[in-house]
Ligand binder design. Sequence first.
Ligand SMILES: *Cc1c(COP(=O)(O)O)cnc(C)c1O
Length: 364
Amino acid sequence: MARVHNFSAGPAALPESVLTEVASELVDYQGLGMSVLEMSHRSAPYRQIIDDAEATLRRLLDIPERYRVLFLQGGATLQFAAIPMNLMHRGRAGYVVSGHFARKAWQEAQRYGDAELVATSEPSGFDRIPDLAPIAERCAAGDLDYLYICQNNTIFGTMFTELPRCGEIPLVADVSSCFLSMPLDVERYGLIYAGAQKNAGPAGVTVVIVRDDLIGDGPALPSCPTYLSYRIQADAGSMYNTPNTFGIYLCGKVFRWVEQQGGLAAMGYLNRTKAELLYGALDRSALFRPCAERSSRSIANVTFRCSQPELEAPFIDGARAHGIEGIKGHRLVGGMRASIYNAVSLEDVQALVDYMEEFETQHR
Ligand SMILES: *Cc1c(COP(=O)(O)O)cnc(C)c1O
């Protein structure tokens, strides 16, 4: 069986060893005579699975005790609503709109309160992260319930390389596409969350890490659905109702795998190496060019175009013959995108670079 070089943006590549292990446990989990898929979420073996997933994640990110870890459903998108519903106590939050998902989060938040656009890079086509200084200035007024950012912009291929200074204002970050890809200082945030299907597991699990004091008295909005109350989910250990049992089990396996690879520092080193290889090839190329401004380049999603746009379709189509999948850009922006998440190896990236060079030689 040949595995492809999978550059899909999400659902995305998972470590092969994790898949093999899951397959070996599928029909009979540890001699229990049943699959994890068939097991009560309240059973002792499942308790162990979810507790181990959380404990491993806490070790990886060095999550302080006062932060709660939730495994929820509804994707990152449902958090666009859950965040204002839970945290907008004074009815006003600041949003940095650096891409498509940040804009969606901002628009959704407007349904629940005053969601103020603090900064945006939309005028330049989201090719960069907005200037941080005006954001810090806006936060200094102290009247925001939180400042919202999307730390890595999956579609546009940009990433915050530095966090905005927001003083006492809790920083809320969508880290879906950069979760576990490098070290992250949890204490700098009030809340971070990630849809698992980019870098941490399968679709259907959203990891939320939130400072306990921010959810102390329950949701800001009384109309918040019970399921979306961080307080209730935290108190129920993410089991207010049936959680995505199999998805959480798989996330736990990925967390363990990341730990075996040497943890987030090792992942960060590997991801930087992969990104340098690919951006280096793009910078050298006369045919391809990267889309993101240099100082905002993502290490997870590398977006690029052809100087001759008519060559993009043959480039994307021709990739398949080289075992390369998932490099078509998002339908909103076109072009190409290579998502080089944790489970994408340096060899996978080298295969893409080799193909790019071969294609360029043929079309010179
Ligand atoms: C994929 C993605 C989303 C949307 O995730 P869903 O799980 O499909 O709701 C939101 N934010 C970012 C940064 C993403 O990459």
